[in-house]
Write a protein that binds this ligand. Structure first.
Ligand SMILES: Cc1cc2nc3c(=O)[nH]c(=O)nc-3n(C[C@H](O)[C@H](O)[C@H](O)COP(=O)(O)OP(=O)(O)OC[C@H]3O[C@@H](n4cnc5c(N)ncnc54)[C@H](O)[C@@H]3O)c2cc1C
Ligand code: SF4
Ligand code: SF4
Ligand code: FES
Length: 688
């Protein structure tokens, strides 16, 4: 680290040199507000801005970007990038803190090469706040001053600036001031300390009445508070609060066909969890109503992100407050109001009873197993102290410090493994199985086997249409073929129906958790399936039958709307011929020819003859089915940890990045779709 002192005029000439060498994106004035934009001339740079309209995150995660290029012959490849190294100039400390958070988010699990590529190309020049904005509260969030996450930091002390280099890249920028520069003296550094102290105390237009690390507790206690209903009634579901937020990163994915009609691109577009259709799924089922969407934004920032990543995902920039015409987006207002109703969140030490109730509330909201001791939530209000919950390497934070050649190589390798690029596959068999559902057998063109486990899903891609998550319906094998059954509900599923054997589709995955078939060896298996829910569990059924002697009795309780909706009829007859297999079926409505039972699937359970102590249940069906089936199984004496459910949510990325599939703080694409009932029993959004 090196700190030099320069005059204000030298910043202008240094910026000119920078501009001659690199692309510079910097803060500039537009119509009496401030924005980050391409800098054309050094004179346009402003370091005295209060806050920018959009966060600098948009230069690392653009509002719209190309993820994948494709052609109509079914070839997919990573989008070509002609981006060059650039300097992001004029970031306030809270935005630096936010970018540190995004680094952790996009590096977690399956790293996102597009974000990481830009992040590695960016040199971050931060500047301490000179003019506080009218709604900034970074002081209260611990992000008014940062000591990490930037390459260069500029701090105005009187008529001069101190310029600190923090990294190798920063040293390069400092060198552009020339050799004849003055090192900062101890007095200069003390004056900088005074600026920091002023900002820590001054950037507090709103004051949180509790330390930020008390927010997870507060939110765990306040989930069912009336406040969410009261405040959400004014919310217009416009999404502005998300779109201006430096820590909101949810996205949508859409295909666009080029004018040549032979090629196209898959785009990623900024999205907002406040918009009405964000979590809406097939059949119009709406997993979050307006109150739930409003609450979700505050929970994401104050509870789910701290639990997953170790930081509160609000850095106090105040942009959401500026942008909300309804006046209900202010996090401090909301958290303080909730605190008034739940003062016990900050009372120390907690009494025995409150500890127990807090433990229960946290367990409920974070989806821990019953009886599992809640691990303390580690929260770092200083967003710079990012601590991922799972210990994982953090390659992107280290990258900018690498030698350019190594960096280039690593980026190439990463792009070659781009998780958004589907593999090409061929439809080798297709047949209608009901009026609305079609069976497909697919083969990966590479000839490799999919390598899936029972219960996992793939993202099926159709060029120019989009992607849809579909369960693999066949059991794991070494063969290159796998099977699925698809119900036509919208764009992708209907376009798939128009394809014939020989046609090409894209496949990503397999993704998600699976039924633990190895652990379940020796047990009896009860499958409870409703409607199309038989599709994912068929994979487990096939596995049990393929290794018949490894498992005990197999009982299948299968309910469907009407006889004509029955899937796998011929196969069900063959399953019955296997030793130790019992199949019970029922229809909701008696239409057409049916000699079996009539009634919901739960009517099959009392007569299914299972020995609860030695049985594991695999349950999959429409949302409405779960509550009844699960409570009946528990009433029969089954342990919640012996019941496995497969849940469905809207999905866009499949790799824990887009935010669409969240159930409270749980990501269905990564933490599911297969969960034990114990894991989701207390998640309010799971089984509604
Ligand atoms: C893990 C998982 C496994 C699935 N397995 C199967 C399967 O084996 N067979 C099958 O037919 N379907 C399955 N689905 C549902 C399937 O993904 C959706 O029906 C499909 O994405 C709809 O896409 P579309 O483009 O045809 O519809 P769209 O045109 O996108 O939308 C039509 C309607 O479907 C909703 N929708 C969009 N995405 C989803 C989604 N992921 N889940 C539910 N509704 C959605 C939309 O909100 C809209 O209401 C699964 C979903 C998940 C999450
Ligand atoms: S809180 Fe405000 S900005 Fe956010 S969606 Fe509602 S009305 Fe729009
Ligand atoms: S929630 Fe509001 S104040 Fe907090 S970081 Fe996002 S936009 Fe800024
Ligand atoms: S986070 Fe994108 S599908 Fe789960």
């Amino acid at each position: 680290m090196r700190v030099i002192k320069v005059e204000e005029t030298e910043i202008a000439s240094w910026t000119r040199t920078l501009l001659a060498e690199q692309r510079v994106v910097a803060v500039q004035e537009r119509d009496e507000r401030f924005v980050f934009d391409e800098l054309r001339q050094a004179e346009d740079l402003r370091l005295d801005h209060d806050v920018t309209l959009q966060p600098p995150l948009r230069y690392l995660l653009p509002e719209k970007e190309e993820l994948v290029a494709f052609d109509m012959a079914g070839r997919y490849q990573p989008a070509e990038s002609d981006e060059r190294p650039f300097v992001l100039l004029g970031l306030h400390p809270y935005d630096v803190a936010a970018i540190r958070q995004m680094d952790a988010v996009f590096a977690q699990g399956v790293p996102d090469p597009h974000y990481s590529h830009r992040r590695a190309l960016a040199t971050m020049v931060a500047c301490d706040v000179e003019t506080p904005s009218s709604n900034v509260f970074a002081g209260t969030m611990g992000t008014a001053v940062v000591r990490e996450g930037y390459d260069v930091l500029l701090t105005r002390i009187g008529r001069d600036y101190l310029v600190e280099s923090r990294t190798g890249k920063g040293d390069g920028l400092l060198a552009l001031f020339g050799d004849d520069v003055q090192e900062a003296s101890p007095v200069d550094l003390r004056r900088r300390e005074a600026v920091w102290q002023r900002n820590r105390q001054g950037l507090r237009q709103h004051e949180l009445d509790c330390p930020p690390d008390a927010l997870p507790r507060l939110l765990a206690l306040g989930y069912n508070d009336e406040l969410w209903q009261e405040r959400s009634e004014l919310c217009l579901s416009c999404g502005s609060c998300n779109l201006v937020c430096p820590t909101c990163y949810c996205f949508d994915v859409q295909d666009v066909v080029n004018l040549d009609m032979k090629s196209g691109k898959r785009l990623r577009l900024c999205d907002s969890c406040m918009l009405q259709d964000f979590a809406k799924v097939a059949g119009g089922h709406q997993f979050r109503l307006r109150r739930d969407r409003y609450r979700h934004r505050f929970y994401r920032k104050g509870l789910y992100m701290p639990e997953r990543f170790g930081f509160v995902a609000c850095v106090g920039c105040g942009r959401c407050i500026d942008s909300c015409v309804a006046g209900v987006a202010n996090p401090v207002d909301v958290y303080n109001a909730l605190l008034q109703r739940h003062p016990e969140a900050v009372e120390e030490p907690l009494e025995g009873e409150s500890v127990a109730s807090l433990g229960k509330a946290l367990e409920a909201l974070l989806g821990r197993s019953a009886g599992e001791v809640p691990t303390p939530v580690v929260v770092h209000p200083q967003a710079t102290a990012v601590k991922p919950r799972r210990e994982e390497p953090d390659p992107w934070l280290a990258m900018p410090r690498q030698e350019p050649a190594t960096l280039e190589r690593e980026l190439e390798q990463l792009v070659a493994k781009d998780p958004y690029v589907p593999e090409r596959a061929t439809i080798v068999e297709k047949r209608a199985v009901t009026q609305h559902e079609t069976f497909y057998r697919l083969r990966l063109d590479s000839g490799r086997s999919l390598g899936h486990q029972s219960g996992q899903f793939v993202q099926i891609s159709l060029m120019g249409i989009g992607e849809a998550p579909i369960s693999v319906s066949s059991g794991p094998t070494d063969e290159p073929d796998f099977e699925m059954v698809v119900r036509r509900v919208g764009n992708v599923t209907e376009a798939l129906e128009r394809l014939e054997p020989g046609a090409k589709v894209g496949v990503r995955g397999p993704y998600g958790t699976s039924f633990p078939m190895t652990e379940l060896r020796g047990k009896d298996i009860l499958v409870v399936a409703g409607g199309i829910g038989i599709v994912p569990v068929r994979s487990a059924i096939q596995e049990v039958l393929r290794h018949r002697s490894d498992y005990g009795r197999l009982t299948i309780a299968y309910g469907m709307r009407a006889p004509q909706d029955r899937l796998f009829g011929a196969e069900i007859a063959a399953w019955l011929d296997e030793p130790g297999v019992n199949i019970l079926e029922t229809v909701d409505h008696l239409e057409g020819l049916w000699h079996g039972r009539v009634g919901p699937v739960t009517t099959l359970l009392p007569n299914c003859g299972i020995e609860v102590g030695r049985t594991a249940a695999l349950v999959c069906g429409p949302p409405v089915m779960y509550r009844y089936v699960l409570s009946d199984l528990v009433a029969m004496g089954m342990l919640e940890s012996d019941i496995y459910v497969s849940l469905e949510r809207k999905m866009k990325c499949g790799i824990g990045k887009c935010g669409h599939c969240q159930i409270n703080g749980t990501y269905v694409c990564q933490d599911g779709p297969v969960f034990t009932y114990a894991q989701v029993r207390n998640l309010p959004e799971a089984l509604q």
